[in-house]
Design a protein around this ligand. Structure first.
Ligand SMILES: Nc1ncnc2c1ncn2[C@@H]1O[C@H](COP(=O)(O)OP(=O)(O)OP(=O)(O)O)[C@@H](O)[C@H]1O
Ligand SMILES: [Mg+2]
Length: 513
């Protein structure tokens, strides 16, 4: 579709891949509309666009997972047609998917070599452990080949996936939102790997909603909107504002908060005293009515673990919880909900969603009791309520009956958010609420959060994105290695001071928990 910028195509001979006129429909959704994409040897090419723009679908067509309805793929000068993912892999095209694809009950090494048994010796655990150890060493990964995936953090599991994709020695490597769950140091390691691969002539397609990363890593960037090609820019000549405008058709500027919006006499709605578990050290804090309390820290600093103690998902060794001044005994997440505390998990695939159910069923999951009378669920009311949020946070789905699995990654996340907005708890804990969410929808979610606190609800927001914490929070708690290291009123907070307390002892980034 869109015209190509002539000066981006000067290097014809360097072209390794061209996707032309790619069209794809799913039931009720025209996901790709004559979409175009072009890739050169040894470049990092970012692919960006709003949730549901068609990025993952285009890459699944490239890697043989989906078949296009129309269009052609030219790879190294030849027309190709991959009927399976394996065919693409053999031809040198590897992909790391947005959602993890590892088998939890197998070890890291077994996951890396699964499906390659054809070579006979690959099934010998000793051999594959040794080869995996070499692979991990070469990538500086501190993971044991014999570690079961279920025991790894999401970040580490993600690194196993990336190592697996690299182990195929691909000419083209597709990374679909690889950094969403990585720590800062893991992200740095990934970028080092990408630089090495680029130097060796590997072409990398990099999908991310984090534009700062794209600014650092990409040589070129292609923007998609509504299944269509919008344009390709050379990164060093482009500005982020320009890219955002191409993505969402408008400019977005988010101003940081400079002053707390909480009334000085606002009552305390939640208080914890000395919360402790193996991963949490004596954490005490207050949350006031109408407040957004930010939790800053590196991934693994223990922020999620604190939330899980508050809602009773993990067992605490010690510590007390008070809701509106009364001590409560929360032993499981259901107890927490009955005390008006809702938790939006950072790991939607493991805890947040029922992938086989519809948008409505997922959105209503926490609120069914409120929509049932004498044992019957008012389905029509449920649909109406869900529809309200499909509109307000712009969930891209052909209908509220669509099965969640078929939504794009970011739109699945929006449904989890809708679920907790519908539940209408007094206290909401949002753990990385905007991870994987496009920049336009992020500002919609911020608006909804502000709405909630204006109506007297209180929010705890755990986020690894400092600009977001500085824009939303009234007060910020900084954590490092399971302990609270600092508490800051928003008027005294900036990224420098937060990073200082998030990296006390300078080991926070390397640890997990
Ligand atoms: N298997 C499927 N069945 C039905 N619809 C699908 C399927 N896969 C994708 N879609 C739809 O196609 C559109 C494009 O989805 P895609 O996953 O490619 O978006 P994306 O750009 O990767 O978004 P995100 O940033 O949220 O990951 C969406 O409207 C999505 O709901
Ligand atoms: Mg996607």
């Amino acid at each position: 579709m869109g015209e190509r910028n002539a000066n981006t195509l000067t290097n014809e001979s360097q072209k390794v891949l061209e996707m032309l006129g790619i069209d794809k429909r799913f039931q009720g959704v025209h996901a790709l509309k004559e979409c175009t994409f072009e890739l050169r040897k040894g470049e990092v090419h970012a692919l960006v666009g709003e949730n549901g723009a068609g990025k993952s679908t285009l890459m699944k067509i490239l890697t043989g997972i989906y078949q296009p309805d129309k269009g052609e793929i030219v790879y190294n000068g030849k027309k190709v047609h991959f009927r399976t993912a394996k065919e693409a892999q053999v031809a040198g095209i590897s992909i790391v998917h947005q959602e993890l694809n590892l088998m939890n009950h197998l070890t890291a090494a077994q996951n890396i070599f699964v499906g390659r048994e054809a070579k006979g010796f690959m099934t010998d655990d000793r051999v594959i452990n040794e080869r995996t150890r070499k692979l991990f060493d070469s990538l500086n990964l501190n993971i044991k080949p014999t570690d079961k995936i279920s025991f790894l953090t999401i970040g580490k599991a993600q690194m196993v996936e990336i190592a697996k994709a690299i182990s195929f020695e691909a000419n083209i490597l597709v990374l679909d939102e690889p950094t969403a769950a990585l720590t800062i140091s893991e992200t740095e390691e990934l970028f080092n790997m990408m630089n090495e691969l680029r130097a060796k002539g590997v072409s990398i397609i990099y999908i991310s909603h984090r534009l700062e990363e794209i600014e650092v890593m990409a040589d070129r960037v292609t923007v998609m909107r509504d299944g269509q090609y919008v344009g390709t820019l050379v990164m060093k000549d482009a500005t982020l504002d320009q890219i955002i405008k191409m993505m969402v058709g408008r400019t977005i500027y988010e101003e940081p908060k400079t002053k707390s919006h909480v009334k000085p006499d606002a009552p305390v709605v939640l208080e914890t005293k000395n919360l402790s578990s193996p991963l949490v050290k004596d954490v005490s804090f207050l949350l006031r009515q109408g407040e957004i309390l930010g939790f800053a820290g590196l991934i693994g600093a223990g922020r999620t673990e604190v939330a899980r103690l508050v809602i009773g998902a993990d067992r605490r060794f010690r510590g007390d919880i008070f809701v509106s001044g009364r001590q409560v005994n929360i032993k499981c997440p259901k107890d927490a909900v009955s005390h008006g505390i809702g938790y939006l998990s950072e790991d939607r695939k493991r805890y947040g969603l029922a992938l086989g159910l519809s948008v409505t069923d997922n959105a209503m999951l926490a609120s069914l009791d409120d929509y049932a009378s004498s044992g019957f669920i008012n389905q029509r009311k449920c649909e109406q309520e869900t529809y309200k949020y499909i509109k307000s946070i712009d969930i891209k789905t052909p209908s509220s009956r669509q099965i969640i699995r078929n939504l794009s990654g970011g739109n699945q996340q929006k449904v989890v958010i809708a679920k907790w907005l519908i539940k209408n708890c007094d206290i909401l804990i949002f753990d990385e609420p905007t991870r994987g969410i496009d920049i336009g929808a992020k500002s919609e979610i911020y608006k909804l959060m502000n709405d909630l606190v204006n109506r007297g609800r209180s929010i705890i927001m755990i986020s690894s994105e400092l600009p977001e914490l500085l824009r939303m929070s009234d007060r910020i708690i900084v954590m490092c290695e399971g302990a609270k290291t600092k508490e800051l009123d928003i008027s005294e907070a900036d990224s420098e001071i937060i990073m200082k307390y998030a990296t006390l002892n300078d080991v926070g980034g390397k640890k997990h928990g």
